[in-house]
Design a protein. Structure first.
Length: 190
């Protein structure tokens, strides 16, 4: 079984919306405003590109990332990586042609089948709604979280508000950086 990893920049109060400056959110760009940049705090991002074998995205994140990531050197390893987009509305004609092989999945059952296939880890970037659905369905195996020392208040959250049984996490890697960022890697305990 493949490992499904959710990776996120997250505020201390759980917000994941518009960390890179995406329009429409009042605190857009919160990951680089008033936070000293320390390269060592972002080491995990390079490691994710080297270790992942595929990327899974929701429709909105695919549309946002596919418009810029294919031409960015920082994300070069993702270009050739197979990508899967979970969407009930996206069509083949909506896919970009310069970002490698992309497959549309129509349901969480198809995501579960992908996890059962041969291959290495699958990384999920962005995709707040998809993260909620994957977590609620018990499909996420690991979280890579860079927690920023900020309280943003309103905004899309990483975790859903669904009333469900307690889900245990095991901290397997952590580090705190001089700028206040925390790296937390959790395995989901079944």
């Amino acid at each position: 079984m493949r490992t499904l990893i959710s990776t996120a920049f997250v505020s201390l109060d759980g917000v994941v919306e518009a960390p890179g400056g995406e329009p429409g959110y009042r605190n857009a760009g919160w990951t680089f405003k008033d936070i000293d940049f320390l390269p060592e705090a972002f080491e995990i991002k390079g490691r994710e590109q080297r270790e992942a074998a595929a990327m899974l995205l929701g429709r909105a994140s695919y549309q946002a990332f596919s418009a810029v990531w294919p031409g960015m050197e920082d994300f070069a390893d993702y270009k050739a990586m197979p990508k899967y987009v979970v969407s009930t509305t996206l069509t083949e004609g909506d896919l970009v042609s310069n970002w490698g092989e992309t497959t549309i999945l129509r349901s969480l059952d198809e995501v579960a089948a992908l996890k059962e296939s041969e291959g290495g880890p699958i990384i999920v970037h962005g995709s707040a709604s998809l993260n909620h659905a994957l977590s609620d369905a018990g499909l996420i195996d690991r979280y890579h979280l860079l927690v920023f020392p900020l309280l943003l208040g309103a905004g899309k959250r990483l975790f859903s508000a669904t009333d469900k049984d307690t889900q245990q996490l095991k901290l397997i890697e952590h580090e705190v950086y001089a700028n206040g960022l925390q790296k937390n890697v959790f395995d989901v305990v079944r």
